[in-house]
Ligand binder design. Structure first.
Ligand code: NFU
Length: 440
C-alpha cells in the first residue's frame, strides 16, 4: 500500500501531519490527521496546590493562555465555594476578550488569509505571511495593530502579555487603573475600526470556494446562550447533527462526554457525546447555536452570514467567516466594557477560606471552542486528579474526517500536487487547531 505524507502541516499552532493511504489502483483507501507528541500537564499537576493551577496551566499554550488561566480560576472558585464580585467578573470577561481579539486576528489575517488572498494554488514559497505582507502591506499592518491591542489588553488586565496571572480563586488580584482604561479604550476603538473595514474583505473571501470541501456531519457544542462567549457563564448548549437541541450541560456534570484515543495513527484524543455523536466546537459551533451576537456590527454581519449559510451549517470552511464575526463582536464588546467607568472598581475579589468542595469544574469558551478544567482535591486543596478537555481534541473528528474527504477529492493518479496538498491543509486550518493545547 502506498502512502503520501504531508508533514508538517503549515500555518497552524504546533506540529501535525497528514497521512494518506492509497490502494494498488492509486485510489485513496483512508486518510488521517496525525499528531505524534504528548505532554503531561494532567499528570504533573497532581500534588500541586489548586491555587497554583491558574498560574501553571497557562503554560500549556502561548496562544490561548488566558483560556486555561480562566477555566482554572473558575474551577478554584467552585472548590472554595466563592463567586467573584461584579467587577472581578467583568475583568475576567475583558481578559477573555483580549485573547479572542489576539488569537482570531492572528488566525484570520496571518494563517488563513494567504490561502484566500494569494490563492490556494499560489506557490508555497509565496503563500505565507511574508508573501501576504508583500502583497497587502496595509492589511498586514492592521493585523499587527489588532494583535497588539489583544496583547496589551491581556497585559493590562491579566498582569502579563503572554501568560497572565491575575485571575485567582474568588476573582482578580489587581484592579484596572483609570489611566489604563482610557489608553485601552482608544486602542479598542481603533481596533474596532480595523475590524469593521476588514469585514468588507472577509465577507468576499469565500466567494467561489466550494463549501462542501471537508464538510462532515456532526453535532455542535458551545456556551453561546448569551452573546457568543464573552461572559463565559454557562450552561453550554448541545446541538445534534440536524440542529435538534440536545439540552444543556453545566458545571459538575460532563459525563455525557467520552474522550478516546484513535486506533493507531495519532496521539490526539477524539471526543464524542455518550451514545455516539461526534461534535464540533469553536466559531462555527457557536454561530450555529447563538441567536444574536448582542452587538450592532457583529449582528449585521451575522445576518449576512445566515442569509448565505442558513441557521445551521456543517460547512467546515465557514469557520473562517464565523471566526471573523467573533473578532468583530469581541472588538465591540471591548469598547462596551472599557467605556464603563465602573470597570475600574475595587470589588474584584471575594475572600476565600478553606476548601468547601472537593471537586471543581471550570468551563469557558476559548477561541477554538469549549474548554473544561476538572480538578479533584484533598481537604487541604492538593490536586489528586485533573482532566482537561480542550477544543482541538473536540474538533479532532472534524479534522480527521475532513482530511479524508478532501484527499478523496484531490488525489489524482496516486499523486498529490502542491496546490492539492494545500487544499487538504486548508480544511485543517479552518479549525485553527492548537496542537500545544491538544497534547497538554
Ligand atoms: Fe486552546 Ni491553545 C484554544 N483556543 C485549544 N485548542 C484551549 O482551550
Amino acid at each position: 500500500m502506498k502512502e503520501i505524507t504531508i508533514s508538517p502541516v503549515t500555518r497552524i499552532e504546533g506540529h501535525a501531519g497528514v497521512r494518506i493511504y492509497l490502494n494498488d489502483q492509486g485510489e485513496v483507501d483512508s486518510a488521517h490527521f496525525q499528531v505524534v507528541e504528548l505532554r503531561g500537564f494532567e499528570k504533573f499537576l497532581i500534588g500541586a496546590s489548586i491555587e497554583e493551577a491558574p498560574r501553571i496551566t497557562p503554560r500549556i499554550c502561548g496562544i490561548c493562555p488566558s483560556a486555561h488561566h480562566l477555566a482554572s480560576a473558575k474551577a478554584t472558585d467552585q472548590i472554595y465555594g466563592v463567586e467573584p464580585p461584579a467587577t472581578g467578573k467583568k475583568l475576567r470577561e475583558l481578559l477573555s476578550i483580549g485573547q479572542f481579539i489576539h488569537s482570531h486576528a492572528l488566525h484570520f489575517f496571518m494563517l488563513a488569509a494567504p490561502d484566500f488572498i494569494l490563492g490556494h494554488d499560489a506557490p508555497a514559497a509565496e503563500r505565507n505571511v511574508i508573501g501576504l505582507a508583500r502583497h497587502s502591506p496595509d492589511l498586514a499592518k492592521k493585523a499587527i495593530a489588532a494583535r497588539k491591542f489583544g496583547q496589551r489588553l491581556t497585559e493590562a488586565v491579566g498582569g502579563k502579555p503572554i501568560h497572565p496571572s491575575n485571575a485567582l480563586p474568588g476573582g482578580m488580584s489587581a484592579p484596572l487603573t483609570e489611566g489604563k482604561r482610557t489608553e485601552l479604550l482608544t486602542m479598542a476603538n481603533e481596533t474596532l475600526g480595523i475590524a469593521r473595514e476588514g469585514w468588507d474583505i472577509a465577507r468576499g473571501l469565500l466567494d467561489g470556494v466550494d463549501m462542501e470541501f471537508g464538510a462532515v456531519k456532526t453535532g455542535f457544542l458551545g456556551m453561546a446562550n448569551n452573546g457568543v462567549y464573552s461572559t463565559c457563564e454557562g450552561p453550554a448548549t448541545m446541538l445534534g447533527p440536524d440542529g435538534n437541541n440536545l439540552g444543556s450541560f453545566s458545571g459538575q456534570d460532563y459525563t455525557n462526554f467520552i474522550e478516546e484515543y484513535s486506533e493507531d495513527w495519532s496521539y490526539l484524543k477524539f471526543a464524542r457525546f455518550k451514545g455516539g455523536n461526534y461534535y464540533r466546537v469553536g466559531p462555527l459551533a457557536r454561530l450555529n447555536i447563538v441567536q444574536k451576537m448582542g452587538t450592532e456590527h457583529a449582528d449585521a454581519a451575522l445576518a449576512e452570514y445566515r442569509e448565505r449559510f442558513g441557521t445551521l451549517t456543517q460547512a467546515t470552511l465557514a469557520y473562517n467567516l464565523a471566526r471573523y464575526i467573533e473578532f468583530l463582536a469581541s472588538c465591540e464588546r471591548a469598547v462596551q466594557l472599557l467605556s464603563d467607568p465602573g470597570i475600574t472598581g475595587s470589588d474584584i475579589r471575594t475572600p476565600v477560606g478553606a476548601v468547601v468542595n472537593r471537586r471543581g469544574v471550570g468551563i469557558i469558551e476559548a477561541p477554538r471552542g469549549t474548554l473544561i478544567h476538572d480538578y479533584t482535591v484533598d481537604e487541604k486543596g492538593i490536586i489528586e486528579r485533573c482532566n482537561l478537555i480542550v477544543a482541538t481534541c473536540q474538533n479532532n473528528y472534524g479534522m480527521d474526517r475532513g482530511v479524508e474527504d478532501m484527499a478523496r477529492r484531490v488525489v489524482e493518479n496516486g499523486a498529490l500536487t502542491e496546490g492539492a496538498a494545500n487544499r487538504i491543509e486548508m480544511i485543517i486550518r479552518a479549525y485553527d487547531p492548537c496542537i500545544s493545547c491538544a497534547t497538554h
